[in-house]
Structures are given as structure tokens and as C-alpha cells.
Design a protein around this ligand. Sequence first.
Ligand SMILES: Nc1ncnc2c1ncn2[C@@H]1O[C@H](COP(=O)(O)OP(=O)(O)OP(=O)(O)O)[C@@H](O)[C@H]1O
Ligand SMILES: C[C@@](O)(CCO)CC(=O)[O-]
Length: 930
Amino acid sequence: MAVRLSSQLQPVLRSAVQAVQWTYSIFWQICPQQGTLVWGDGYYNGSIKTRKTVQPMEVSTEEASLERSQQLRELYESLSAGETNQPARRPCAALLPEDLTESEWFYLMCVSFSFPPGVGLPGKAFARRKHVWLTDANEADSKVFTRAILAKVQEDLGLVNHVKSFFKDQHPKPTLSEHSTSSPATLLEWPHFHSPPLPTMYSAIDPTTANIHQQDEEEDDDEEEEEEAESDSGAEAGRNTHQLAHLCETTTQGATKAQAAAEQIELMQLEMSEDIRLGSPDDGSINLESDLHMLDMSQHGGSVSHPHQSDSFRAESTRMWPILQDQISNIQPQLSEAPQLDELPQEDSHYSQTVSTVLHQQPSQWSESSSIGHVGYSPQSAFSNWNSHISHLPLLEATSQSLLKYVLLSVPFLYNKYHDEKSRDGDTGTRLRKGTPQEELSANHVLAERRRREKLNERFIILRSLVPFVTKMDKASILGDTIEYVKQLRRRIQDLESCSSMQKTSSAKENRVVHCNSGGGGGSVLVQDMTRDGTRVFPVSDKRKLRLVEGSDGAITKVVDPLPVIGNTLEVSIIECDALLELQCPYREAVLLEIMQSLRELRLEITAVQSSSTNGIFVAELRAKVKKNAIGKKTSIVEKMEVRARAPGKIILSGEHAVVHGSTAVAASIDLYTQASLLFPSDSESNDRLLKLQLKDMALEFSWPIRRIKETLPELGIHLASAPNSCSPETMKSIAALVREQNIPEAKIGLAAGVSAFLWLYTSIQGYKPATVVVTSELPLGSGLGSSAAFCVSLSAALLALSDSVNLDFSHQGWLTFGESELELVNKWAFEGEKIIHGKPSGLDNTVSTFGNMIMFMSGKLTRIKSSMPLRMLITNTNVGRNTKALVAGVSERAFRHPDAMAAVFSAVDSISKELSAIIQSIAPDDLTP
Ligand SMILES: Nc1ncnc2c1ncn2[C@@H]1O[C@H](COP(=O)(O)OP(=O)(O)OP(=O)(O)O)[C@@H](O)[C@H]1O
Ligand SMILES: C[C@@](O)(CCO)CC(=O)[O-]
């Protein structure tokens, strides 16, 4: 609706200013929540300093003005949103403050103002339901015309006369009448206003009013020149409530003046003297809005602000004011030629304070100016004075912008102070009885928005720390993972509840499923509860390191430890630019200083510190902003130095081998694990650029110079961890050569397949990085318990955990689980490893090892099975090894030789697996009772 309003209002505002060649028109609308008039829309028709357009062709003056109005509004929004200069990210047509003329500045600053009824000229016009006409701008009282502080320039009489004669020529009883009418002239009656048809959201005033208006014009033609017209629809108050209020402000631009002159004059001639003349709607003045009735602005997306914002702003103002006062008082001794503040009329000292404060904030750019003392005061043309200083000072790119920003924020503080002083003096006059809410509204908005963002980030940080697995650190992912986590917790509660109720009813009955190793014979016996665990990764906490990584999205949370003190803990959470660091370490002298120094080196700007030390333990909580580096990338802190992943073995309950030929199989993970730990040496240790693999249980260690891997496997340099691919026969040959060089003892040559799988997975996921990988396993090899799958899954998990393709929250101590999509990635890579070891696997083993639990599996598709009661399995190890690769090949050969017979076997196996799956899921506690 806001768009509609704007698009419909613009032509009206444009017609108004163009007709008299004024510089701008502003539409003030009532903000229902605040009860104040705020900027509704505006049309800028004044001089343009820098033309910026995205259109390749010349545009008409009208289009240029329209575009300019829009650009000015955008510039204001970007400034008030706290945007910093980032030309690269701004559209090429976006304005910068240095592109603006004085009148554009004024127009832009007006956006930040708002007026309660009775305050400021729009407020007065609104409260009185009368036009307000101003004259003698150069003697304006800033208490009456609050924007005078921004707009103080000398009047141009030629311009004034032009406007005057325009109205006189067009209307015998022009704008200056004090007569009253409830029906000012409609816009359409003005010959020079070529307004388009009025939008439906506005309705024309009672047509009879036009006649009355004309009569009024006849009566009044003796008024003074005016530079500003502010009018409201108050005349219509009888029919329209104040909620329907709208108010339009226009001002003049020299029609007969050359452009340069007009630029000096500009709109800034808005001020008036103490004997400000207040016109009325009766006087037939340019009563744009009296032609229009906004049918409840509040419903059309007009800008609003909330009461609490005012509060927060006031709090900020109170906090800021003493600082500003100090700054101002520091400046005072420099004011040699200008009157001292307390000697000036209040509005001038007010102005002076603002400008002095602003300039004081820019010491590096402004300090050479010996005339700084003049800046604060000039009864004639304060703005031009200010400007003259600007013009001869070196303007850095950021200067104007920060200056402008500062003005936006400091003016309200100054006004607040003025208000406070007035209150102390017992002056509860109506003019500024609420301070200056117009400035409050905008500064308030900026501050409140900033706080809101910070609070939001802080809560996201907390949320992230509560969820044990956070896949990515953007807010949507955090929320997504939280939802998933809550669901998991609910399921867990359900499981526990059903378990405990079952235990109560059948505690005496032990139900067991016995699974014997196909090799038969004796050996150790393992009795295991069936595990629900899938793949896990574990961040290794005793070798945590802090590392600076460029170019990441900056939204990463890791456990880090920058201090070489045993027993330190440091948790860092970063969301967007907000970082929270919680640390604990043994106390020593200047430890906080040391920490802060380290953090500064990491381009973290500390904003708040809370620390304590008790019993020799130093505890601190630091909040910081993550800064950008010289090339504009956000710094992120990443602890990705060592990680350990584990994956479970499996048993196949039904469908082994047949699954390779498309039959259904049922398998479950068991709680025997293979662990793979991956350690990247720190930069200082990385002189020996080696890739090492230690197979602890086999007492074997392999190592390859990275250079050697590079030259043997050059095609793996450009790796894409997020896109698993198969090892080609050529690459397999090269890998085999690298394995051969390691001279694996003949007795352990079976491990060559595993080592080959390792080399493929490592170089494909991590490229040519020196690292040490250590593998330990609780699983017997070649015993049907899926040792190869657990090996490949744990390796893939560790390698991916430290890749850019996966983002895990390492800030939690303990095992972490991958999210579902990361698990799929792990599984795909593990399958590629399995292919190297098995030749032609079905994918069953790596899938169950990756996802855990019990699954039904057919042709690559997994279906999770949930038993309605806990199952126990007896697994025996016959110690008779087997070579799965050879067995699979043997079954394939039989299938080839006896296709029909084997098809019948595979079909029977398929039926058995499906039936088993159904039984498991429907099993009742008593069904297995002997
Ligand atoms: N911990 C490990 N370290 C190195 N290589 C391993 C490890 N575990 C398995 N392998 C590799 O996997 C091979 C064993 O895989 P194989 O498929 O034959 O047996 P399994 O996986 O234990 O049984 P199944 O596949 O029937 O469940 C080993 O010869 C070795 O190459
Ligand atoms: C024998 C087999 O069915 C499982 C090996 O544990 C092969 C496979 O599914 O890939």
C-alpha cells in the first residue's frame, strides 16, 4: 500500500512544485502510534549537483527529479541504517553525501524530522488547521523553525518576488490571506498545476469549497512575501478526523534565476522571523493537501515508529548528552571571533552547538581550519558559512557521510538538552514541550534497529549453543536445525517413555536375537545392545588451536584456545559481525590485556568485557565486533585443526550378497566403532609437508611427501568436497603406485585396498594438505561386521568435517552428529571408498554405518526401520577371516552362470527380508518370549 500511496502522491507533489518552480514539496502524514507528523513523501525539484543515473539515455527533467527524489530517500535510508561507505556494493546510481547540493541536504535531512501537533511549522499548521506562511527566513528562530539549523541561508528577494507575483498573477487573492475558509481551492483549479487525475485514495473536497475559496482570494491580497508554505487539512477537521491528516510543504526555487544562483538560494530559505506570520487555509494559499483527503494513512504503510523506540532513544540521549557537552565545552575556548554560546540568542547557540559538535567530531579533517570558531555562528547565513569551510577542506570520501550521520544523531541530543534545560527552568511551553520528537523519531529508529539486530544476533548465538548440531551458521539454518533438534528431543522422550513402560511390564523377560558369524566355529563372544548411533564426529579438545581464515562467511562457531596455558577454555560464537567470547584460564598478571591484544590482532574489536578472578581462575566474557580486513573480507575465527570421527560396524540380518543383485536386505549398526582422527599441523609445524596415515591396530604407519602425491595425482588438485566422484581406473593405477612405495608387509597386504581408499578420499576431499590421519578400530577385519565400511565412513566424516562443505558446531564437548544432508554427503564419499575396497558393493554397509539404527535397503534406497521394542543380538567372532570382495565376485559369477536359479534365490531372499522387516516393526514384547 505504501507503494501505491507513493506512486499516486508523487504526481501531485510534482505538479505542485513545478507549477511555481519551487524546490521541493514534502507531504507530512500523521503517524498514528506516535501522534506526530512524519515524512510521508516528497518531491525534489531543486538543483542537482551530481547527476547519477542508471539510464544510458538522457532523461527528462521530470524523470531526473523523480529519480533524484528517490535517490535522496535511499541515501537517507542507507545512512540511517548505519551503512558504511561501500561503493562496491552500492548501485552505481546511488548517491553519496558529497554528491548533494545544500538544498538536497536539507531535503534529505527533513526525512528525519517529525512534528507533534503544535510543534514546528507542520505541527502548527496541523494543530491550527491553518496554513502557515513564513517570511524573513534569514532571521528565523530555530525554536520555531527547528530545521533552521540546517537551512539557514540568506533570502533572495528576487525569488520571493517571483513567487509572490506568480500567485498574484494567477490568483487575484493569493496565498497570503488570513481569511478563513473550510474549503480551500482544489489543486485542479490552479492553472499551473497540471496534476494527473487524483488517485482514488484521495477524494476531492466538497466542491462548493472552490467557490468560497475564490471569494476569499478576492478579499485578501495584501500579504507579505513568503518563502515557505506549510498547510494542513485542518480546515476539514469537521469532516475528517485528525487521523486523516495530511500536510504538505513546498518551498520556492528561483524561477528566473540562473541555476547557480538557485543552488545558493535553494530551499534553505525556509525560515522566518520572530514575527512569523501565520496564514490560514482561508487565505487561498497553495493548499495542496486541502484538495486531498488521505483515507487513513495508517492503513497504507506509512512510516511508523513505536513507543518503546522513543524510550530507548531517550535513554541513549541521556547517555550521550554529557559526552557531547564535554566536546562542546572543549571547543568553546577556540571561539575567538564568534560570540560565546551563552551570549547568543538561544536558537543561535543551539545551532552553534550542533555545528561545533559536528566539527569537533572530525578533528583530523577539520583541525587546520583556523576559522573553526566562526562556524558556529552567523546570523545571516549559517549554512553557507558551514559550507564555506567544507569547501576548502580536504574532503575524504567518508567525511561527508560520517558528518551527515553525525548530524542525524547529534541534533536530537542537542534538542533534548534544550528541552531538559527548559524543563528545569520551569518553561513548559508548548513549542518544544516534548523535546524534539522529530529528531527522536529518526535517531530512535536507527538506534532501536541496531539494538534489535544485536539482540537478535545474541539470541541466535544462544540458540546455536543450545543445539548440539548446527549445520550452517546462517539464521535460517540455525532455526532449521533447532526445529530438527526439538523434533529429535520429542522422539527421544517418546522412546524413553515407551522403554520405561515396557521395562515395567516385561522386566523379567530377556528377548534376544542371536546372530552368528557365517564362518562358524569358536572365538570370542560379544553381547551388545543394538546401538542407535550413526556416524559421529568428535572435536579433539586437547590440541585446540586458533586460526584466522579469510574469506569465509564469518558465521562460524568453534572452540578455540589462543593461550598456551593448560586448562584454558575459550568458546567463541560469531553471528554476522557480533562475536561472543567466553573464556576461562588460570589468572596471571595482565591476562586480560594479553587476551585483548590477541583479539585485536585477529581484528576483533572488543565492545564489552565482563571479567572476574576467583581462586586463581580468571573468567571473562567479551563481546566484540568482527572487523573486515584490508581487502574487505570478513575475518572469521576457525578452529579446524583436529577432529576425530567414528562410525559403527554393522550386521546384516537378511539379504547379504543378494542385496548386490537387487534383493532387499535388513541390517543394523552395532556399537563397535572405527575412529579416524585428522590433524592438520599448525603453520609453524608444517615444514615437513607430509601426509601420514597411522593404522594403530595394525601397527603400521605410512607417509607420503605432499609433493609426491601432487605429481602422482595431479588431477586431484582441484577437488570439490561437495561433489563426490568415482576413482577412475587410471587414477586407481596411480594410487596403487603410491601404495606400493610403502612396502606393506605381505601378511598385511589386504590393507592395501584400505590404504588406496584412504588416498583417494583424502586427496579428493582435502587436496594436497599436509596432515596426519590416525585410524583405530574395534572391528575385526574381514569378519562381516563392516570394517571396511566403518573405515570409509569415519574417514569421510573426519575429512568432510574439516572441509568447507560441512559446518559443524565444535563448541560443544562430546560427540556431534552431522545433519541429514551432511550425512548423505559422508555416505556418498564412503561409498566411493567402499568401491575401491569391495569392487562392486551394494552400498548397504556404508549406508547403515553412516545413518546407524536398523535399515531396510534395496538398490541404493534406504528405509529406516524402527523396532517397537529393544532388540538384543548375540554376535560371535569365529576368527575365521573372509574376503568380502572375493565372496561378492563369487556370487556374481554364479548368478552369471545360473541366472534362473539365482534369480529364484534372490527373489526368495528379497521376500524374507521384507517379511523380517515387517516382523521387526510389528513385534510385540511377548512375541519373542521362549
Ligand atoms: N581399520 C582399518 N584400517 C585399514 N584398512 C581397513 C580397516 N578396516 C577395513 N579395512 C580395509 O577393508 C578390508 C576389509 O573389508 P572387507 O569388506 O573384506 O571386510 P569387512 O568390511 O570387515 O566385512 P564385510 O564387508 O563383509 O562386512 C581390509 O582388508 C582393509 O583393506
Ligand atoms: C556382501 C555384502 O552384501 C555386504 C558385505 O558386508 C556386499 C554388499 O552389500 O556390498
